[in-house]
Design a binder for this molecule. Structure first.
Ligand code: ADE
Length: 226
C-alpha cells in the first residue's frame, strides 16, 4: 500500500509514523507513506495557499490551484484508488471504513485547514470525505494520522498475531470482552475461573457473552447496526 498525504503542516504528522506499529510496517515495506507540503506547489513568492471567501464571512479558504497541481502530479505517476479529504462534515470513521480501505493499493489523503478547501476541490478530485468524530480539529492532520493508524494495522503482516485485529472491538459490531493477565489474584480481585479451565469452546462462549453484555450496556447502538 502507498499513502500520499497532502498537508501544510508535515511536521505535525510525521511522529505517529516514527514509532511502534506504524514504524515497523513502514520498515517492513508493507506500507509507504509520503508527505507533500502544499506550499511546494504554490506559484507566487509568498507561497500563499489560502484566500478570503467569496460572499464574505470569517475564515480563509484553501486555494484550488496548489491542490490541483499536487494531486495532478501524483496522478501522473500512478493510479489512485481513493482521494480522501479529512473534514468534520465527512462520513464518520468506523471500523468498516478502515477494513475497506486496508484493501486498497494507492491512496491520497488531503488535510484541510482554516475553513476548508474551495468546494471545487471536493467536486473535482475527492472520492471520499472522512471525519474522525463530531468535533472540529484545527486541521485534518491529526485526523489523517488516526485514519492511517486504523488502516495500516489491518494490513496483513503488520500485527504480529494475524488474528488479533479480528478480535478487536467493533469487528462484528461488538466491543471486546474483558481481558486478564498475571497475577491470578491482585488485592483480592480474582481472574474469572473459566479462563483457567482449558476448555476453549467454553472460554470462547464466555468471551462472546461478555462482549455482548458490555456492548449492550455501553454501546447498545452497535447492536442495531448491519
Ligand atoms: N478536520 C477538522 N476537524 C476534523 C474532524 N473531526 N475529522 C477529520 N478532519 C477534520
Amino acid at each position: 500500500m502507498r499513502i500520499d498525504i497532502i498537508t501544510v503542516l508535515p511536521e505535525l504528522l510525521k511522529s505517529p509514523f516514527e514509532a511502534s506499529i506504524l514504524k515497523r510496517a513502514i520498515e517492513a515495506n508493507l506500507v509507504n507513506v509520503h508527505f507533500h507540503n502544499l506550499r511546494d506547489y504554490t506559484s507566487n513568492n509568498y507561497k500563499t495557499i489560502d484566500d478570503y471567501q467569496f460572499g464574505g464571512g470569517a475564515g480563509m479558504v484553501m486555494l484550488i490551484e496548489p491542490i490541483d497541481k499536487c494531486i495532478s502530479k501524483l496522478k501522473e505517476e500512478r493510479h489512485y484508488d481513493e482521494v480522501i479529504y479529512m473534514t468534520p462534515d465527512g462520513e464518520t470513521l468506523k471500523q468498516g471504513i478502515a477494513n475497506t480501505l486496508s484493501l486498497k493499493k494507492n491512496m491520497i489523503i488531503l488535510c484541510g485547514h482554516y475553513k476548508g478547501v474551495d468546494q471545487r476541490v471536493r467536486d473535482l478530485f475527492v472520492t471520499k470525505e472522512i471525519s474522525i468524530g463530531d468535533y472540529v480539529l484545527s486541521g485534518g492532520e491529526l485526523g489523517a494520522a488516526v485514519l492511517c493508524d486504523a488502516i495500516i494495522r489491518l494490513i496483513p503482516g503488520v500485527l504480529g498475531n494475524e488474528t488479533s485485529a479480528l478480535t478487536d472491538s467493533f469487528q462484528d459490531n461488538l466491543l471486546a470482552p474483558p481481558i486478564y493477565t498475571r497475577p491470578r489474584e491482585y488485592k483480592g480481585l480474582k481472574v474469572p475461573e473459566v479462563l483457567f479451565s482449558g476448555n476453549f469452546p467454553k472460554i470462547e462462549k464466555w468471551r462472546e457473552e461478555k462482549a455482548y453484555e458490555r456492548t449492550k450496556e455501553r454501546r447498545p447502538d452497535l447492536l442495531d447496526r448491519d
